[in-house]
Every structure is written in structure tokens, then in C-alpha cells.
Design a protein around this ligand. Structure first.
Ligand SMILES: Cc1cc2nc3c(=O)[nH]c(=O)nc-3n(C[C@H](O)[C@H](O)[C@H](O)COP(=O)(O)O)c2cc1C
Length: 282
């Protein structure tokens, strides 16, 4: 989840029995990624992974650091994973590609990924124009590929987790619910907006080309809701991270979050979130 996915949170997820994934979407310095990996390694001995977005122009250099640091599983997203698959799999690293449609999942399978993450349109952050819901996407992807499928989008509690497994997923990827965690570096105002959200609070805005971003209703986001130009500049990346996501000056920027915000009531520790999610009783 990019910079918002800080080493402390990644380590907490792995410590609690999950598989923490360190983001690198807006990372422009391979050495900074190396230091973040070292930070996670200092906090947990349990396995964790990293995410590479194909859109990042230095993704190949970041992949090299990931290889050097001994990470064994990488999620790839936002583009054709083929070059990264070739680079990573030569060294035995497992690759899971994030797919918003069946078509993309079939292509990722052909590119040689080990698993796909079927990410529905409810999810927070960047996605394509189709916004297929998780409830339809996950079983459709399960039918279309013969490799494990991880469900993402709209999963925030035990009900969502169990539903994902019932749809055929082997596991879940969770974003929004973890932003509203104690360990996440996100500003308290960001966490509070998630906790206060209803089912209809988040919406998709255009970010150029076929890219859409699901966001919370900040003032800027509301003004962009009807803007079709896609010319939103750094309000969605770069500046927004330091000033709004972490800095708390939220209204002049955009805050990615999923529809599942409507189910999130309270900031909790990562361990509490995971324990509640995987509990066996209702
Ligand atoms: C603030 C934010 C940042 C994200 N950054 C990334 C990212 O850098 N790379 C990526 O593959 N997915 C990213 N995601 C998507 C999540 O990894 C996850 O698939 C998604 O949030 C799941 O849907 P949910 O928000 O309903 O849990 C991000 C999501 C959010 C909310």
C-alpha cells in the first residue's frame, strides 16, 4: 500500500499471523526501500513480502533490492507484470499479481505468476474502469485460472473473510481496514474519516487514462468527482502522502479508501483486526 504501509504495520501483520506486504508505489529511491526492509526485518523474524507497481519507472531497480534482501514473495500491480515476473522468478521469488478483471488474471497466469489477487471495485486506491465487484470477480477468476486466487476489496471483518473463502479464494488481501489500525502511520484524521464513513461515502475519481482511484469525500475529492479531465497532478500521489495521508491536511488532497470503510467503526491494533477476522465462530 505504498508509503502508508510503514515497516511497523508490515511487521505487525506478520507477527499476528498474516503476511505483511511492504509497499513501494511512490518509492523513487532503491536504498530507501532497502532501509525499510531492514526495519521490518529488525521487528519480526516472520516472513513478509513487498509490492511492486509496474507503473513505477524504477520497479526493476526496486526488484533488485528485494532480491538482494532475501524477500521470498512479491505482489505486482498496475500493469503488465511480465518483465518483473521474469526478473523475480529466475531467483525463485513467488509472484502474485493484482488483477481487476478475469482477462487480466488469464494474462498474468500466462506470464507465469504463481497466484493472482482478484481485486474488486470496492477496494481502496488505484483500479481500472470496470470496477467489477469482489463477489463476482473472485469466483469468475477462480473458474478461469488454475493457480491460487487471493481475494481483495471489501474485506474488513470475519464475515468478509469467510465469504472470500466461500467464493473460492485461498486467502485475502486487506487494505483499508489496516489503515484504521494503531500501527499504521496514517494521520488520525485519515483513520477517523474511515471510521466515520458510511457505505456510500467513498467514490471513484478519474486519474487519467483508464485509471480510477476510490477515495474518501475530502473537499478536493468532491470537486474532482465530476471532473473528467483526469488532470489531478500530485493531489493523488507525491505531495498527498506527506501532507495529507500522514500530515493530516486532508481536505486539499485525496485519501484512498474502500467501500469497506462503511463497516469500520474503530481504530484497533493489527493483531485485534486479524484475530477478529480469522476467528472461527460468528
Ligand atoms: C491507501 C491505499 C494505498 C494502496 N497502495 C497500494 C499499492 O501501493 N500497491 C498495490 O498493489 N495496492 C495498493 N492498495 C490496494 C491494497 O493493496 C488492497 O488490494 C486494497 O486496499 C483491498 O481493498 P480494501 O481497501 O477494500 O481492503 C492501496 C490501498 C489503499 C487504501
Amino acid at each position: 500500500m505504498g508509503v502508508i504501509c510503514n515497516p511497523e504495520m508490515v511487521a505487525a501483520v506478520s507477527q499476528a499471523g498474516g503476511f505483511g506486504v511492504l509497499g513501494s508505489a511512490f518509492q523513487n529511491d532503491p536504498e530507501a526501500l532497502r532501509r525499510q526492509i531492514e526495519q521490518v526485518q529488525a521487528l519480526t523474524e516472520r516472513p513478509f513480502g513487498a509490492n511492486l507497481t509496474v507503473l513505477n519507472p524504477i520497479s526493476a531497480q526496486l526488484a533488485q533490492v528485494i532480491l538482494e534482501m532475501g524477500i521470498k514473495a512479491v505482489t505486482t500491480s498496475a500493469g503488465d507484470p511480465t518483465p518483473l515476473v521474469d526478473q523475480l522468478k529466475t531467483h525463485g521469488v513467488m509472484v502474485l499479481h493484482v488483477c481487476p478483471t478475469v482477462d487480466k488474471a488469464v494474462k498474468a497466469r500466462a506470464a507465469g505468476v504463481d497466484a493472482v489477487i482478484a481485486e474488486g471495485g470496492e477496494s481502496g486506491g488505484i483500479q481500472g474502469v470496470d470496477a467489477v465487484g469482489t463477489m463476482v470477480l473472485v469466483p469468475a477468476v477462480c473458474d478461469a485460472v488454475d493457480i491460487p486466487v487471493v481475494a481483495a476489496g471489501g474485506i474488513g471483518d470475519a464475515r468478509g473473510y469467510r465469504a472470500a473463502l466461500a467464493l473460492g479464494a485461498s486467502g485475502v488481501q486487506v487494505g483499508t481496514r489496516f489503515i484504521a489500525s494503531v500501527e499504521c502511520v496514517a494521520h488520525p484524521t485519515y483513520k477517523e474519516m474511515i471510521c466515520q464513513a458510511s457505505d456510500t461515502s467513498t467514490f471513484l475519481i478519474k486519474r487519467g487514462g483508464r485509471i480510477r482511484v476510490r477515495v474518501l469525500p475530502t473537499n478536493l475529492a468532491k470537486s474532482l468527482r465530476t471532473d473528467d479531465s483526469g488532470q489531478v497532478g500530485t493531489a493523488l500521489g507525491g505531495d498527498a502522502i506527506g501532507k495529507a495521508w500522514i500530515g493530516g491536511d486532508v481536505e486539499a488532497y485525496t485519501l484512498p479508501a474502500g467501500q469497506v470503510s462503511g463497516l469500520v467503526q474503530q481504530v484497533r491494533t493489527v493483531a485485534q483486526i486479524i484475530e477478529e477476522m480469522v476467528k472461527t465462530s460468528a
